[in-house]
Design a protein around this ligand. Structure first.
Ligand SMILES: Nc1ncnc2c1ncn2[C@@H]1O[C@H](COP(=O)(O)OP(=O)(O)OP(=O)(O)O)[C@@H](O)[C@H]1O
Ligand SMILES: [Mg+2]
Length: 316
């Protein structure tokens, strides 16, 4: 890992002393890498919630399926986990892995957490449960995991939770941390915010990366790259790989920017679809033109978006 010593130390400390940690930052800034490095060599259950980004809703059975996949990984490291999980109603341990019932006998989220906590306690370790891009859990329908998380926070002392999120507002909306009627209200959340690298560090990152490959690159190329891609480490890495494989030409910087734009547009469109209102397209248009204050955005919206249009499901 380049840089990030402080964030790494903060995350490790938080995992060992608090039960809920949020790792926040824009796309490609390094959230998943930080969490994976911090929990390397620790018992960990990693849930990739990003995979539900394009879904309009998630069922509990789909969440269980993601959990099953990750627990299969986990039980291959922890022999005791088989025994603890096998005792839960609706869980079968087979030779090739775990099976969850999907009928009314399916296991509750709390019962799975309880079993994992007992297992971690028995092994004298702390188990980290990671929800990567947890804001997508906003789409969970017909089931809520917040009471189980609150129960775990209060009672299951061998578990630690890490939630990463690139859409911070949606993550807060899911966790309802400022809502006094939320099951999680009043619990302590440690927040680790990943910022892009400073300009100097971004230049240093590229320089060192190319050096490691025995390639010398002009300072002009490096500055142009950072002008366009800023200190977002994922895009700098992408540029590095592309240039090593293809060519050292400023046109590659433009190609990487286009790739990054495609991801951002896609993500924004998914967001608009999920929110089911066109107003965010208009808000972005207002801000994108020349920047706008809150009241200007509001006026712009009132002029541009009729009440009927507010619920049009499109991102054209
Ligand atoms: N500190 C670091 N040092 C070197 N490379 C890094 C570092 N952090 C991230 N990277 C590289 O940048 C890329 C993006 O990182 P990562 O996937 O962790 O970001 P992310 O914030 O989780 O992205 P996304 O929002 O798309 O999930 C990866 O290829 C990773 O190898
Ligand atoms: Mg990630």
């Amino acid at each position: 890992m380049f840089d990030r010593e402080k964030e790494l130390e903060d995350l490790k400390r938080s995992i060992s002393s608090h039960t809920i940690t949020l790792v926040l930052g824009v796309r490609r800034v390094g959230k998943t890498s930080l969490v994976k490095v911090a929990t390397y060599n620790m018992p960990r259950v990693y849930l990739d919630i990003r995979k539900f980004e394009t879904a309009s809703y998630i069922t509990y059975n789909e969440l269980l399926e993601e959990l099953r996949r990750s627990l299969n990984n986990f039980i291959s490291f922890s022999k005791k986990a088989r025994g603890y999980l096998g005792r839960i109603r609706g869980v079968k341990i087979l030779d090739f892995g775990i099976e969850f019932s999907t009928s009314r006998q399916r296991p509750s989220f709390s019962s799975i957490l309880e079993a994992l906590d007992e297992c971690a306690g028995d092994e004298g370790t702390r188990l980290v449960i990671v929800f990567d891009e947890a804001q997508e859990l906003n789409k969970l329908r017909g089931y809520t995991i917040l009471p189980s998380l609150a129960y775990a926070y209060d009672n299951l002392k061998n578990l630690s939770f890490v939630f990463t999120g690139s859409k911070v507002g949606l993550l807060y909306r899911f966790l309802r941390i400022n809502d006094s009627s939320s099951p999680l209200y009043g619990r302590y959340f440690e927040k680790i915010i990943l910022s892009p690298l400073s300009r100097d560090l971004a230049l240093e990152f590229l320089r060192r990366g190319f050096e490691e490959h025995g390639v010398s690159v002009s300072e002009d190329f490096l500055h142009s790259a950072v002008d366009v891609l800023d200190g977002i480490i994922g895009w700098l890495t992408f540029l590095g790989l592309r240039t090593l494989r293809m060519r050292f030409d400023k046109s590659v910087i433009k190609e990487v920017l286009e790739e990054a734009s495609k991801i951002s547009i896609n993500e924004f469109c998914n967001f608009v679809e999920v929110m089911g209102t066109k107003r965010y397209v208009e808000v972005l248009r207002a801000i994108g033109k020349e920047g706008a204050t809150w009241s200007q955005v509001r006026r712009y919206l009132e002029l541009r978006v009729s009440p009927r249009q507010l619920f049009v499901n499109t991102c054209e």
